[in-house]
Design a protein around this ligand. Structure first.
Ligand SMILES: NC(=O)c1ccc[n+]([C@@H]2O[C@H](COP(=O)([O-])OP(=O)(O)OC[C@H]3O[C@@H](n4cnc5c(N)ncnc54)[C@H](OP(=O)(O)O)[C@@H]3O)[C@@H](O)[C@H]2O)c1
Length: 270
């Protein structure tokens, strides 16, 4: 059944936000700030007020059941998951940002927003909402959603995991918590800024970029001695970084190739 054409009905839809978690709290705040009639975010067990649009900000595993429960002729139902296909929802709207719940509406301004729609009118609604909130909508089809979301997780979630590993490696020096993050954060910010402005090849510095495998081996020995649980991660990142460095190697470096890393035997923690 075709859903009602919201975009044709109202350029300023009312929105019912469901799920008072990290994203729902911020989205509802931003919709109000943008001047849209906004209900919620409603919590589990609360009735969902009727609106032109019902926007689900609930865990991915809850989406299908909620769409089935809330389905009615008078509302378009959208979800905000990055990885989840449309399923029975009318549209999807995934802000490409990380939210903890206490952010101000400005966090949405200028960020990307993956949109999808079951029909042109639903896609237009998702695009219109993204525009209204100051985001930059781009289309992601169902078959690419998991890949798209994997990219988002690598860029954001796994970056946090990497910094946690860096913190762990500072612990034996007696640097921990706030102190460790305070000295690491400027390095992380400059690195991200360089990557964003100049691309990965230009942003890469350090021993692997210099072809200094002796230093990488000393680093690896230290990791094995002080944080052996990080060795598989260290080795995987070093291998991937060698591949990146190889993309940028200048001809003289190519003529005198960097010594290959130690043979596979004994490279992994056991
Ligand atoms: N956080 C982000 O950075 C971010 C970014 C982009 C997209 N998203 C998407 O936003 C969605 C929500 O993620 P989140 O990070 O905001 O999760 P979250 O912080 O765990 O919030 C989910 C909220 O949904 C509520 N909920 C669960 N079932 C419900 C129901 N049947 N009725 C009403 N509320 C219900 C939960 O309540 P209870 O606590 O009672 O379970 C919780 O408050 C996901 O699809 C996610 O992919 C999140």
């Amino acid at each position: 059944m075709t859903s009602p054409s919201l975009s044709a009905r109202s350029p300023h839809p009312s929105v019912s936000v469901v799920g008072a978690g990290r994203l729902g709290t911020v989205i509802a705040r931003a919709l109000r700030a943008a001047g849209l009639t906004t209900h919620g975010p409603t919590r589990r067990g609360e009735p969902v007020p009727a609106a032109d649009v019902t926007l689900l900000c609930v865990p991915d595993g809850e989406i299908a059941a909620m769409v089935a429960t809330l389905r009615g002729p008078a509302t378009l139902i959208g979800h905000t998951s990055g990885a989840t296909p449309l399923g029975a929802a009318d549209f999807a709207l995934h802000p490409l940002q990380t939210f903890l719940g206490d952010e101000r509406p400005g966090i949405l301004h200028g960020i990307g927003c993956a949109v999808a729609g079951r029909a042109p009118d639903a896609l237009a609604t998702a695009t219109g909402l993204a525009d209204t909130l100051g985001m930059r909508p781009f289309a992601v089809a169902d078959e690419h959603r998991a890949t798209y979301h994997a990219a988002a997780s690598v860029a954001s979630n796994y970056l946090v995991t990497l910094q946690d590993a860096a913190e762990r490696l500072l612990a034996p020096l007696g640097l921990a918590g706030d102190e460790a993050r305070a000295i690491l954060a400027p390095l992380v910010r400059s690195t991200v800024d360089n990557w964003a402005a100049r691309g990965p090849e230009a942003a890469l510095t350090g021993p692997i970029a210099r072809g200094d495998e002796a230093t990488v081996r000393r680093q690896r020995d230290a990791v094995r001695a002080h944080a052996a649980e990080l060795l598989p991660l260290f080795d995987a990142l070093a291998d991937r970084t060698r591949a990146l460095a190889a993309r940028t190697a200048i001809p003289t470096q190519a003529a005198a190739p960097v010594q290959a890393p130690a043979p596979a035997q004994g490279r992994r923690a056991s």
